[in-house]
Design a protein around this ligand. Structure first.
Ligand code: N01
Length: 493
């Protein structure tokens, strides 16, 4: 079966309607692509501003650790990125600018939280928190991966008398200048925070439960001349994007599934060398040395963390946390670490995906029930019995140290091929068959066993049973699958 391409006029006549949930990166992408195709859509955004993760995460030092020219829409390259890895505020401004330039910002309905979606009578019936309803033929869940902050279950957290906040809920009213600051966590967020605040605070105590491998990645500025050259010659940006894409694909994303590949070992060696060469004090060096393979957890990219943690006003606390008290944090050795501010860089509840929305598919199948053992999706996009529902950067997507913009763009190609089946009149509703889902899941689970994420560490990549959930195959295979959907695996009615 082949997909047919309809013209804008054809699709306008078709009267098909899309509902996009979320105006973050992938919601903006969806809207732009649907507009280009002449299709009708509405975007519901629960906040009062677009930007998703870049709106919500405003912590000190926030930077995207994927090179900016790769973390850009392929159709909206940006000559003005200030650095190789640009700060979060610049990325937020980029998304606002793109949404404005493509005139999709006018179509976003802000302050509208979708609470429920049900596939009834061949269409998606939507309920919103304000009591309003809507109906669409297609539903795009562009709801993000890392969205719901995870708060640590540490006794006494409410008793702390200083300021305390999660890294994704940064309190800009709290000045850290001259304060005794405690930072729980050593993930990508905490590492960036450490480097950003160390010059400002009186003392920074980093509470490390698990050490992290750090890849030394300097972050240089683009000079005025370089930016002018990008403006004069946009092809040079395209070339740079293609080069970074290729090197991230070949030098990382294609080999994550093979923990024993020479590339994975070379990455490990580079991280070991970085630790050995950068950390002078042998005691501190051993505290910072992980006991698992590099890239088993999401690899930390930083050119300055080791410098920051060796400053005289920094301390790395590896003793377990006993409880939080009024004036600070008590570790299991009985020591009280007195603090004025406590920052929880403790990550996200990654298994939530489209939840807490209540999503019901064909025949009353409830998504929450189906996913009670953990979320899954055929080709990381669709779920059986949930016709015409597409998830971008959803369960089983490639998530490790790669441009999620590239991932979403590829996924959207797939979405449009599915939509084309409906536009061409082949069917009204399309979803993967249960058999195809099961086959895909069995293959995915098997492949997950040999991934680097399964080499003996704990991370948000793992499901409740300890198996990595992200796309375990090569990224080349992902590209291929996205470009050439297996229509025979789908139930079309
Ligand atoms: O969160 P994390 P994050 N007691 O889950 C510790 C993306 N991101 O916000 O390792 C003590 O990685 C926990 O310890 P452990 C990126 O995909 C991207 O830093 O579980 N400690 C860990 O150290 C990233 O992977 C960028 O033992 C506790 C930390 O908190 C993802 O977001 C930048 C604890 C959580 O680390 C999440 O990163 C930043 C407890 N009770 C983030 N609970 C880019 O640059 C948790 N921890 C694109």
């Amino acid at each position: 079966m082949t997909a047919t391409h309809t013209t804008t006029a054809d699709s306008a006549r078709s009267g098909l309607r899309f509902i996009i949930i979320g105006a973050g990166m992938s919601g903006i992408l969806s809207a732009i692509k649907l507009r280009e195709a002449g299709l009708d859509f509405t975007i519901y955004e629960k906040a009062d501003r677009l930007g998703g993760t870049w709106r919500e995460n405003t912590y000190a030092g926030i930077t995207c650790d994927v090179p900016s020219h790769f973390y850009s829409f392929s159709f909206a390259l940006n000559p003005d990125w200030s650095r190789q890895f640009s700060p979060g505020a610049e990325i937020q401004a980029y998304f606002e600018d793109v949404a404005h330039r493509y005139k999709i910002d006018e179509d976003i309905q802000y302050g509208k939280a979708v609470t429920g979606a049900a596939f009834e009578n061949g269409r998606w019936q939507i309920e919103l928190a304000d009591g309003s309803t809507d109906v669409g033929d297609f539903l795009i869940a562009a709801t993000g991966v890392l969205h719901h902050p995870a708060y640590p279950a540490i006794e006494g957290l409410d008793e702390f008398e200083g300021a305390a906040f999660h890294s994704a809920r940064w309190d800009h009213d709290v000045s850290l200048a001259g304060k005794r600051v405690g930072l729980i966590g050593t993930g990508s967020s905490a590492i960036q925070i450490t480097s950003a605040v160390i010059d400002e605070v009186q003392r920074l105590s980093v509470f490390q439960r698990t050490a992290q491998w750090v890849m030394p990645v300097p972050n240089s500025d683009f000079s005025d001349e370089e930016r002018a050259a990008f403006r004069r010659n946009p092809e040079s940006m395209q070339k740079l994007r293609d080069e970074v894409n290729r090197s991230f694909t070949e030098g990382f994303a294609n080999v994550l599934g093979d923990a024993e590949s020479p590339v994975m070992h070379a990455i490990h060696d580079a991280c070991v060398a970085n630790l050995e060469n950068s950390v002078k004090d042998p005691g501190l060096r051993e505290k910072l040395r992980p006991n698992y393979r590099a890239a088993c957890k999401r690899l930390i990219m930083s050119g300055d963390f080791y410098d920051a943690i060796q400053r005289p006003n920094a301390s790395l606390v590896t003793e377990g946390i006993e409880r939080v008290e009024k004036s600070g944090l008590r570790t299991r050795d009985g020591k009280l670490h007195e603090l004025d501010v406590l920052i929880l860089a403790t990550g996200f509840r990654v298994d939530q995906f489209v939840r807490p929305m209540n999503v019901t598919g064909r025949g009353g199948v409830v998504l929450d029930e189906l996913w009670k053992g953990g979320p899954f999706a055929y080709m990381a996009i669709m779920v059986p019995e949930f016709p015409n529902l597409f998830m971008l950067n959803g369960p089983n997507s490639p998530v490790g140290n790669f441009s999620l913009i590239e991932v979403a763009e590829l996924q959207f190609q797939y979405v449009m091929r599915m939509v084309d089946q409906v536009r061409s009149g082949s069917c009204r509703a399309i979803s993967p068959s249960r058999e195809a889902m099961e086959r895909f899941d069995i293959e995915r689970r098997k492949a997950a066993e040999t991934t680097i994420w399964n080499t003996g560490c704990n991370s948000w990549y793992l499901d409740a049973r300890g198996l990595p959930t992200a796309w375990p195959f090569t990224f080349d295979r992902f590209r291929k699958e996205m470009g050439r959907p297996r229509f025979d695996d789908h139930d079309m009615r």
